[in-house]
Design a protein around this ligand. Structure first.
Ligand SMILES: Cc1ncc(COP(=O)(O)O)c(C=O)c1O
Length: 400
């Protein structure tokens, strides 16, 4: 008999995202409150929906240019450029991708070769590590836990080697909700300017900042020609299923990135692109309303976690909180699974965000206040019961 056909071992080693590992269990627990996925609970603005309907009715549904509709590229370059103080040419330095995910994939596959190193501040969104490994490159972790989840410039410099090809940032951060303060941005930019490395900054949550405006690496002229910026509408306009992201970067490399992007998706969905023009123009203030709700929910979640005596760093962007559950003699996945099974609250184990997230759980508060209140009450009961159980298990409980 012929041996079974083998597939790429790098693909075989790729695991299902930890977020989905928990989310996929939720249907088995009717009544559970789902605090797992990064899905805003607000509807897409009416004018954006109407723009998509018009595009469909007018048969504007064929392929677009690989890099996206020129009018959308212009709207995106203007909107993000004016707001965050950078200039990328709409025609040669702006690509509309199938979500931020499409941008991440196209950039990393264009830049990375086997043997390259990619510095990744951790804990971080689960989407990066598999993409890096699939190219044969290796992630090098910058541990942000000792610095309140803010990447530290000196630590970054210590990790840079001749093999370092890309440094990734995700600001505001998923899973911690922390943003990089302007003084640390300055320090990081100074280090990055000194070294021959590309920078990929995933700013998908740039519209969701609460305490200060978003601060972009696009502000630093010294980084201009080695910087790639990711934005998108999934979070800001609740358009996760519409698949619209934006990538900005220097023309001499974007010409290659657009080819990689084209061989993957040809173009972002065209009706969504027409709707995206409305999102960035007539409906540009949609995130402000969502942010007002997020601030109230964040404060409620912080207050609830503090009442439970679970340490948590105050998030000032995105819509996540990342409390520590290190006191319990369980790994974070067991904690998350038991909380779902025993208390009907689904949150994501921290280890889904690289192993540096072990000992934490991620709570998405893109949920109604009523759902959050139910979830926090149930979680408080679960935490109490777990503390009782741990006390009765005695000092060896850590070894379970
Ligand atoms: C940091 C980060 N980047 C990218 C994505 C993917 O976004 P998109 O839906 O635009 O592909 C997410 C989604 O949760 C995210 O949190």
């Amino acid at each position: 008999m012929a041996p079974p056909l083998s597939i790429n071992p790098l693909a075989e080693a790729t695991e299902l995202s930890g977020i989905r590992q928990i989310a996929n269990r939720i249907p088995d627990h009717p009544g559970a409150v789902n605090l797992t996925v990064g899905q805003p609970d607000f509807p897409v603005p009416d004018a954006v929906k109407a723009a998509a309907e018009r595009a469909i009715q007018n048969n504007l549904t064929g392929y677009s240019h690989n890099a996206g509709l020129p009018e959308l590229r212009k709207a995106a370059a203007d909107f993000y450029g004016n707001k965050y103080h950078f200039r990328y040419d709409p025609l040669t330095e702006t690509v509309v991708t199938a979500g931020a995910s499409g941008a991440m994939d196209a950039v990393l596959r264009t830049l990375l070769e086997p043997g390259d190193e990619v510095i990744v501040p951790v804990p971080i969104f689960a989407g990066y590590e598999p993409l890096i490994r699939l190219t044969g490159a290796t992630p090098v972790y910058l541990d942000t836990r000792p610095t309140g989840f803010v990447p530290d410039a000196r630590q970054l410099e210590a990790l840079i080697t001749p093999k370092t090809k890309v440094v990734i940032f995700n600001n505001p951060s998923n899973p911690t909700g922390v943003t990089i303060p302007p003084h640390e941005m300055d320090a990081l930019a100074a280090v990055l300017a000194r070294h021959d490395v590309f920078i990929l900054s995933d700013d998908i949550y740039s519209e969701n900042t609460f305490d200060a405006p978003h601060s972009s690496f696009g502000r630093y002229p010294a980084l201009r020609d080695k910087l790639f910026l990711i934005h998108g509408l999934s979070k800001s306009h609740s358009m996760t299923g519409w698949r619209v992201g934006f990538l900005f970067g220097p023309a001499h490399i974007m010409q290659y990135i657009v080819r990689i992007h084209a061989y993957n998706t040809i173009c972002a969905p065209t009706p969504s692109q027409h709707a995206a023009i409305e999102a960035l123009t007539g409906s540009a203030d949609a995130p402000a309303g969502m942010n007002r709700a997020y601030v109230g929910r964040r404060d409620f979640i912080l207050d609830s976690l503090r009442r439970m005596n679970l340490p948590v760093v105050k998030p000032d962007g995105a819509f996540y909180a990342f409390p520590s559950v290190l006191e319990f003699p369980l790994d974070s996945k067991t904690f998350a699974v038991r909380m779902l099974e025993e208390a009907g609250v689904a949150a994501v184990h921290g280890s889904a965000f690289t192993r540096y997230g072990e000992g934490y759980i991620r709570i998405s508060y893109a949920k109604s206040m009523a759902d959050l209140a139910t979830a926090m009450e149930r979680m408080a009961g679960f935490v109490d019961r777990l503390r009782d159980e741990t006390r009765h298990a005695g000092p060896d409980a850590k070894q379970i």
